[in-house]
Each structure stands twice: as structure tokens, then as C-alpha cells.
Design a protein around this ligand. Structure first.
Ligand SMILES: NC(=O)c1ccc[n+]([C@@H]2O[C@H](COP(=O)([O-])OP(=O)(O)OC[C@H]3O[C@@H](n4cnc5c(N)ncnc54)[C@H](O)[C@@H]3O)[C@@H](O)[C@H]2O)c1
Length: 359
């Protein structure tokens, strides 16, 4: 009989419940344990999904013979948590977005995982939306031609009360701004579809709320293939979320992804009938593709298939975020091959971090 992978979730906050839901019915992997520093949160998920609850992930790793953990703790703690987890136990890690806030931290974790004989799987679940896959196919098989323009437009509403919910929100050390927390999915899809970016020029601002990082920004980009692009992101739209789109103008056709998480194919000139056929209904902005990520992880770990998103690929999106931040900080064009890191994003704040580290 084929091995069933044993999975534990660390961090039982908002997204963890979604993971538990998405795992239902995925063959080859079983969620067996949940851990949160706050006992009631661990218990809430454990009770809902029939799991064992822990408040210390080291205890969970010691007791549960896990093959994989999903790390869904606050972003700024990911680096410290993954390092500690891998030093405790060789276990594969599904790492929620943004994987890490510093590029150097990502490289260090990847080297540690390799030394421990395990893999870190980045979560960019929206890449596996049917609509995104249809556009990817069209860019590979030539239906859309070469990329002329690639555009992200995110016009969402995050009022002051959202940032006031917790001290880490909107901080450079634990969260990042609109590009990092909310924008990352769309920026990743732009890279995934339109290809690597050669250089960027960005301007960021705080226009709708008081937070440390940006809630608004515009960037112009030039792709390696010569095409141009624009990333326009704001959390200062009022009174609602209005738009989350990625569009590709190709030399032979046009595609627009929309919906709340790039789940709809709104325009697809090569085959308009595919617009309906490749659009999916989703109950919330997390979408439904975490399930596909888990299916691909099972295939990777059991059948030797490639990772859903290779670590090196995932980290390139973090490098792009740093290029955008640096361009804004230094008021200049930044080339991606400079491999620069922002002066602020992912800066260490021991006070905020200490709330999440176990002694
Ligand atoms: N892929 C997606 O669409 C998506 C959606 C939402 C959130 N996320 C990411 O998931 C992560 C978590 O986000 P969230 O909204 O669920 O946050 P959250 O604040 O609701 O939950 C985080 C949980 O981690 C727990 N925690 C912190 N340190 C811990 C430790 N040492 N051991 C065990 N538990 C610990 C906290 O107590 C909290 O319950 C973030 O990185 C976020 O960016 C991804």
C-alpha cells in the first residue's frame, strides 16, 4: 500500500482553516495535528478537523512522525520558524506566502533544507487556477504571441481598522505593505505568465491609512523579452474592493484574468468560448487552488514529480518585490540582476518577533 503522508499545521489562524478545508479528499496525505501558541486556536482547528492539538511545534514534531508541515504563522516569523523546525526534525515544509521577507533568509533556508534532505514548497496557489493555466498554455503554444504589455491592477480597500487589528500589520519587519501582503499573488502571476523582468521603476505611498509600509504604489517594468508592463496596487480604494486583474496584451491576442483571485478568464481573444469554460467560482479570496498544491506535493513526494513551484522560482518573486522596494527607496531604475535588497523590508524587530518565537 502507498504511504499516506502525515501532515501537521503550525499556526491555526485564518488561513489554516482554509488549508484544513482544502485538504479534504486529497488522496495520499492526511492532516493529523495542529499547533498554535494560543491553545484555544489550536483546539478550535483540532476539534473542527478531528486532530491532535499542540501549543509547541517542537512537541508536535517529536510526537507525530510527520512527513510535512504547513507553516501558516505571521510572515515575519517564517525564517526563524522554518530554521528551528528543520533543526529539530527533517520534515518537508509547505511555506505560506510570502515565504520570507529577506532574500538571504530564503537562500539560507533552502540550503538548510537540502542539507536535511527535505524540500520547502512555496505557496502560490493561484498559479493553479484553471484560468491562469489556460493563459500560461496560450503563452507557451503561441496562441497569444509574444508579450507586448503585462499589467497588474489591484484596487482594494483596507481601512485603518484593518491595520489596527494587530501590531505586525503593515510593518516592514513582519508583514510588508500592499505589494507584499496583498499584491504578491498578482505580481507572482505576472512573472509566471509574462516571464522574467529586466528592470523596474517604482513609486510607493501611504494614501489611505497610517501604516509603516506602503498601501499604494505604481511601477513600470521591462520584461526580458522586451515587452513592457505596469504594476498598479492600492489598498486605499473606498468603500470596497473593486478590482484584482492581470492582463496580457500579446502580439496575437489579449487575455485578462479577474475575479477575486485571478479565478476568472474575463477576456481571451484566441478562443472566447474558453472564458466561461476556464472560469471558476470561489467562495473567498484564498480561492480553491490550495487543494491542487497539496495534490502536487503528494505527486512530488511520492511519485518523484517536480514541486508545484520550485523554491528557486518562488524566491524570484521575493527578489522582484525587493527590486520594487529598492527602486522606490532609491528613486531610480533597478535591474533585477543587481540582486539588491530593500533597506527596510524584512528588517529585524526583536520586540514584535519575540511574541512568536518559542524558547
Ligand atoms: N495563500 C494565501 O492566499 C494566504 C491567505 C492568507 C494568509 N496567508 C499567509 O499565511 C500566514 C498566516 O496568515 P493568517 O492570516 O492565517 O495569520 P493569523 O494571524 O490569522 O494566524 C497566524 C497564527 O500563527 C500563530 N503562531 C505564531 N507563532 C507561532 C508559533 N511559534 N507556533 C505556533 N503558532 C504560532 C498565531 O498565534 C496565529 O494564530 C501569513 O504568512 C500570510 O501571509 C496566505
Amino acid at each position: 500500500m502507498e504511504k499516506i503522508l502525515r501532515l501537521g499545521i503550525i499556526g491555526c489562524g485564518r488561513v489554516a482553516f482554509h488549508h484544513a478545508e482544502m485538504l479534504k479528499g486529497v488522496a495520499g496525505i492526511e492532516l493529523v495535528a495542529a499547533c498554535d501558541l494560543i491553545a484555544d486556536k489550536a483546539k478550535a482547528l483540532a476539534d473542527k478537523a478531528g486532530l491532535k492539538a499542540y501549543t509547541n511545534y517542537r512537541e508536535m514534531l517529536k510526537s507525530e512522525a510527520l512527513d510535512v508541515v504547513t507553516l501558516a504563522t505571521p510572515t515575519g516569523a517564517h525564517y526563524d520558524h522554518v530554521k528551528d523546525i528543520l533543526n529539530c526534525h527533517p520534515v518537508h515544509v509547505l511555506l505560506e506566502k510570502p515565504m520570507v521577507l529577506r532574500i538571504a533568509h530564503g537562500m539560507e533556508l533552502n540550503a538548510l533544507a537540502q542539507a536535511r534532505g527535505v524540500r520547502i514548497f512555496p505557496v502560490y496557489q493561484n498559479r493553479f487556477n484553471k484560468a491562469v493555466q489556460r493563459v500560461k498554455t496560450a503563452l507557451i503554444n503561441g496562441e497569444l504571441g509574444d508579450v507586448v504589455l503585462g499589467t497588474v491592477r489591484l484596487r482594494w480597500c483596507r481601512p485603518q481598522r484593518y491595520y489596527d487589528l494587530a501590531s505586525w500589520r503593515g510593518t516592514f519587519s513582519m508583514d510588508g505593505g500592499a505589494h507584499v501582503n496583498q499584491g504578491i499573488h498578482y505580481i507572482d502571476i505576472l512573472r509566471y505568465l509574462a516571464g522574467e523582468i529586466e528592470e523596474v521603476h517604482s513609486l510607493f505611498a501611504q494614501l489611505g491609512a497610517k501604516l509603516e509600509a506602503e498601501d499604494t504604489g505604481v511601477s513600470i517594468v521591462r520584461f526580458k523579452n522586451g515587452g513592457l508592463g505596469q504594476i498598479e496596487i492600492t489598498m486605499a480604494a473606498r468603500p470596497d474592493d473593486f478590482e484584482a486583474s492581470v492582463s496580457i496584451v500579446g502580439s496575437k491576442g489579449m487575455a485578462v484574468l479577474g475575479g477575486i483571485c485571478a479565478n476568472k478568464l474575463e477576456t481571451f481573444s484566441p478562443a472566447p468560448a474558453d472564458q466561461a469554460a476556464f472560469s471558476e467560482e470561489v467562495p473567498m479570496a484564498y480561492g480553491i487552488s490550495h487543494r491542487r498544491v497539496y495534490e502536487k506535493i503528494v505527486a512530488a513526494l511520492r511519485d518523484g514529480k517536480p514541486s508545484p513551484v520550485a523554491f528557486e522560482d518562488g524566491i524570484k518573486t521575493i527578489k522582484l518585490l525587493h527590486a520594487l522596494y529598492c527602486s522606490n527607496e532609491q528613486r531610480r531604475w533597478v535591474r533585477l540582476d543587481e540582486e539588491v535588497e530593500s533597506a527596510r523590508l524584512g528588517e529585524r524587530n526583536e520586540k514584535l518577533l519575540s511574541e512568536y518565537l518559542i524558547g
